[in-house]
Design a protein around this ligand. Structure first.
Ligand code: HEC
Ligand code: HEC
Length: 404
């Protein structure tokens, strides 16, 4: 939001003024002064549907066939308001096309190598699934569909740090984790709100870079690339909006990425996005020795007492069983392990996920609201009343924070 534009980010000119890029993955020009041109991910696998979004989407056809059985077997728990906390099938009453959108934009569903990587296969197969394993015949069909979808998840070259193409949640809150860049990036994320302005333009707002409590990130020249549905031919942001961005984000903080928003005029409805970086590395003040928390002497929060009285108990009750240390993925992303011992440190972690100007737009609410569509693995078990109570308690602190 407006207030975020004032936050610190560094812009370095490369002496590049105009940046001519034609709408093709191969014609991307490099940054002036770079020895190697910086090219977006280029496929090495062959897609099924052809480029331009005009070809047949073979994955979609297989899904059409699967849809009813999936609704039948999984819909009882995996619709919004269902008990699973993971409503990948979307709202209760949705059309086939809406369910397709919802399931293909759920994190880690459409991936390369679905048999070992897609959560739709691995979770029910893990022995941990409340509902047990998926029946063999259904699993076989789900896998055939996911294998078809996987053909349009472009292979990315090793020398360009790139996040594998993913289908954004549109409209909605997206959290893109950077762990694919290497284990040292685990828990770091780029978050944004995506809104389609037209069939061919996608607005990304409130784009933020989130570090972990102990590690920061340094990067240059992030580049968003669009992949039309069922195509592996990436079309980089024609304006190359972030070509001048060079940024360092300290541990335990969040910052807008560049100016914090972009409009991708090469968007195609149903398409995917990837994010590449010209360079990216981890800032590790503890030199890899791991250990103690954020180390913000004094702490970033000004209303710690209100946090302790209003927010901490609610977070403890609903979130701490994952974010308090038991679930490494969750704790890396948002560390609530200090809720009791060091409320000031815990408050700082939560503050990074809060929108002081518009509390209801805070990430901690957007991604846990049972009536929302975020891909976060907890939404109060679909219980809207429990969510409302949580939001009310935590908002008391947020208001105190912005009044201080
Ligand atoms: C009886 C309710 C129920 C049914 C039916 C059910 N699930 Fe689940 N599922 C859950 C619950 C509860 C969870 C949360 C974690 C857990 O306890 O397994 C879950 C978690 C999952 C997850 C993890 C999602 C994530 O992103 O973390 C996947 C994937 C999944 N289920 C797939 C399926 C599929 C596929 C079917 C249908 C073949 C199905 N489930 C049917 C209850 C159900
Ligand atoms: C069942 C475990 C679980 C519970 C309970 C849980 N979370 Fe999370 N949360 C996660 C995981 C796992 C991630 C990291 C997601 C990833 O790596 O894809 C995460 C990430 C987040 C993020 C970062 C943005 C995002 O969407 O990824 C926020 C903010 C967050 N959780 C808030 C909360 C709040 C607030 C609560 C309590 C109301 C809560 N979480 C409860 C597992 C949980």
């Amino acid at each position: 939001m407006a207030g975020m534009l004032g936050r610190h980010f560094a812009l370095f000119g490369f002496g590049v003024t105009a940046f001519a890029v034609m709408a093709s993955a191969t014609s991307m020009t490099g940054c002036a002064g770079d020895p190697e041109p910086f090219v977006p991910p280029k496929a090495t696998t062959v897609g099924s549907g052809g480029g331009g979004g005009t070809g047949v989407n073979a994955g979609k056809l297989l899904f059409d066939d699967l849809f009813e059985d999936l609704e039948q077997s999984c819909g009882g728990c995996h619709k919004q308001g269902g008990s699973s906390n993971t409503p990948f099938l979307g709202p209760e009453a949705s059309t086939l096309d809406e369910v397709y959108e919802s399931i293909t934009s759920w994190p880690d569903v459409v991936v390369r190598n679905p048999d070992t990587k897609s959560v739709l296969i691995t979770w029910p197969g893990s022995g941990a699934h409340t509902a047990g394993p998926t029946s063999k015949p259904l699993e076989t069909r789900i896998l055939a569909w996911l294998n078809e979808e996987a053909k349009s998840v472009a292979e990315t070259p090793n020398d360009v740090p790139t996040i594998e193409p993913f289908k954004p949640i549109v409209p909605g809150f997206n959290a893109v984790y950077l762990g694919e860049l290497g284990p040292e990036f685990a828990g770091m994320a780029v978050t944004f709100q995506a809104t389609a302005l037209t069939d061919n333009s996608l607005s990304l707002d409130n784009i933020e870079v989130h570090t972990t409590a102990t590690k920061g990130i340094s990067f240059e020249h992030p580049l968003f690339t669009v992949y039309p549905a069922a195509s592996v031919d990436g079309i980089p942001d024609p304006v190359d909006s972030f070509s001048n961005v060079s940024q360092e984000v300290e541990p335990g903080t969040a910052e807008p990425l560049g100016p914090g928003s972009v409009i991708l005029t090469n968007w195609e409805t149903g398409g995917k996005l990837s994010i590449a970086f010209e360079s990216v590395s981890v800032i590790d003040p503890l030199g890899g020795t791991g250990g103690a928390g954020g180390g913000n002497a004094g702490g970033p929060c000004s209303a710690v007492t209100s946090f302790e009285n209003n927010a901490a108990p609610a977070l403890q009750q609903s979130c701490a069983n994952c974010h308090g240390g038991n679930n490494g993925t969750a704790t890396n992303a948002v560390d609530m392990s200090d809720l009791n011992n060091d409320p000031s440190a815990a408050c700082g972690q939560i503050l990074n996920r809060v929108n002081l100007n518009n509390p209801n737009q805070s990430q901690i609410f957007l991604n846990t609201d049972p009536s929302g569509n975020a891909g976060h693995p907890f939404d109060f078990g679909g219980n809207q009343g429990a969510f409302d109570n949580f939001r009310q308690a935590v908002t008391t602190w947020i208001n105190a924070e912005s009044n201080n």
